[in-house]
Design a protein around this ligand. Structure first.
Ligand code: SAH
Ligand code: F3S
Length: 474
């Protein structure tokens, strides 16, 4: 079998194939991957494939993969192994890997995992029609070329296993930040922003299809900047007219909030170094922008923040939090934290705990440091915090977060919150589940409400993660 790296002839995406085959797609990792899978679903559907949720009837299995930590990669490898049986049953079954692992491992993937036929990086999805042709003719195919322009703005995503209520809309791709621990700049390439017109068009379609909430997505949404396309660093050289008519993130938020007053608007992820006062002010001015910010900090210690190449100090981060709380007193705030980064001492760890104590986040995502090949940290620092210490520290921050989450959820008891109903509660068929604007899960009896309704719920009790209430009589 030969491997195809480059494609000679581009095909149009709309060209239809005769036989209706079926594809199955599974996504791992961040929200961006889930959004990308919807772009891929759109491209593959135009090739005459129908989507299926049943692995057994699939002709094509696609895994949209994540490289952020070693564990994420191991999960994907295990999953691939489980497809061997299916491939023995169906000789025509093809398996493709997409996303960050595809980009990181490139054609090595084909050698390491014999089951894989197709490897496609995050910027090469438009080449999938050609690549499918190659694999259907019995050759393996790889395209992992990164792009400085691709934003998939011209593709209407096919909403996969959607609740019909909430949807992701990507606004930037890639990341230029080069945090020393992070593989994303290598797997997703340079940061680019998507044309605001295509963003508004996509939201318009969602609104028409009766969606009620959209989340604007990017690795670093605050860094969004549209001035006709191109890399952000080239903006400096643009002329005055271009500068004046450019759209930054706070302008984009305003545009979306004003164009769709009935939609709930969220965004993720914010980066402390780029989040401007303008964005916070815009949030405070528009009721339909949810008062919730995911603001990863990674560590509470200045020396560690510096060796992570985070472009802010502990104090700068805390004053940003202060500004947020001043302008939006009821703002929900969550974090990402990495524990056991190289050279992290007990004192550094204490600093992390004390920062958490100061902020008392509503919730957070906490991870043990995982060395990623090719990153600055992997090249320059020894992964020298013992696994047993990483484990203890992680447990301490998780326990502290649980305490803070409970402190936050208790503040809602007796209050009325607005909930968008998304699904049935996992624990009871008699209850609905949805989130309040601060992104906290709320559960309450169904009564005559339905999925997609906005409901005022009076909070009666809570756990550290969930508010429990009633809507009756309100
Ligand atoms: N800005 C991005 C961050 C992506 S990575 C976003 O959109 O969320 C998500 C989180 O994974 C990071 O904030 C960080 O806390 C964690 N992470 C990244 N690299 C890691 C590594 N090498 N080891 C452990 N955690 C990591
Ligand atoms: Fe990664 Fe830092 Fe960008 S965490 S995604 S390099 S902001």
């Amino acid at each position: 079998m030969s491997t195809v790296y480059k494609i000679k002839e581009k095909k149009t995406l709309t060209e239809k194939k005769e036989v209706a085959k079926k594809f199955y797609i599974e996504s791992y990792g961040c929200q961006m991957n889930f959004a990308d899978s919807e772009v891929v679903a759109s491209i593959v559907s135009k090739e005459g494939y129908n989507s299926t949720n049943d692995l057994n009837e699939a002709d094509l299995i696609l895994l949209n993969t994540c490289s952020i930590r070693e564990k994420a990669e191991l999960t994907v490898r295990k999953r691939l192994e489980s497809f061997n049986k299916l491939k023995r049953k169906n000789k025509n079954l093809k398996v493709g890997v997409l996303g960050c692992m595809a980009e990181r491992l490139k054609s090595k993937f084909l050698d390491e995992e014999k089951i894989v036929d197709l490897v496609v990086g995050p910027d090469a999805y438009k080449d999938i029609p050609n690549l499918l042709e190659e694999i259907n003719e019995g050759r393996n195919a790889v395209n992992v070329i990164l792009s400085k322009e691709e934003t998939y703005g011209d593709i209407s995503p096919v909403r996969l296993s959607s609740n019909g209520v909430t949807a992701f809309v990507s606004i930037t791709r890639g990341c230029d930040n080069m945090c020393t621990f992070c593989v994303v700049p290598f797997t997703r390439g340079r940061e680019r922003s998507r044309d605001p017109k295509s963003i508004l068009n996509e939201i318009h379609d969602l609104n028409k299809a009766n969606y009620k909430e959209i989340t604007l997505l990017g690795q670093n949404v605050d860094s969004y900047l549209w001035y006709g396309g191109g890399l952000k660093k080239d903006f400096k050289n643009a002329d005055e007219f271009v500068k004046k008519t450019s759209v930054n993130f706070s302008k984009l938020l305003k545009l979306v909030a004003e164009s769709f007053p009935n939609l709930r608007i969220r965004f993720s992820t914010s980066n402390p170094q780029d989040m401007s006062l303008d964005v916070i002010k815009t949030m405070s001015l528009y009721n339909n922008i949810c008062n919730y910010i995911h603001l990863p900090v990674q560590s509470g210690s200045d020396p560690i923040l510096k060796s992570m190449n985070r472009q802010h100090t502990r104090d700068e981060y805390l004053s940003l939090i202060k500004n947020i709380k001043k302008l939006i007193p009821n703002c929900g705030i969550s974090h990402d934290m990495i524990t056991g980064f190289p050279n992290e001492s007990d004192k550094d760890h204490e600093q992390t705990l004390s920062l958490m104590e100061k902020v008392k986040y509503d919730f957070g995502y906490m991870f043990k440091y995982s060395e990623r090949p090719g990153t600055y940290a992997a090249k320059k620092f020894e992964d020298n915090v013992e696994e047993s210490i990483k484990k203890i520290r992680l447990q301490q921050i998780i326990d502290l977060q649980r305490k803070h989450s409970h402190y936050r959820t208790k503040q809602y008891i007796g209050k009325v919150v607005e909930v968008l109903i998304e699904k049935e509660s996992k624990k009871s068929t008699l209850h609905w589940a949805g989130r309040n604007e601060q992104n906290t899960m709320v559960v309450f009896p169904k009564e005559s409400h339905k999925i997609g309704d906005f409901v005022k719920v009076k909070v009666l009790e809570c756990t550290s993660a969930t508010l429990i209430g009633i809507s009756k009589g309100l």
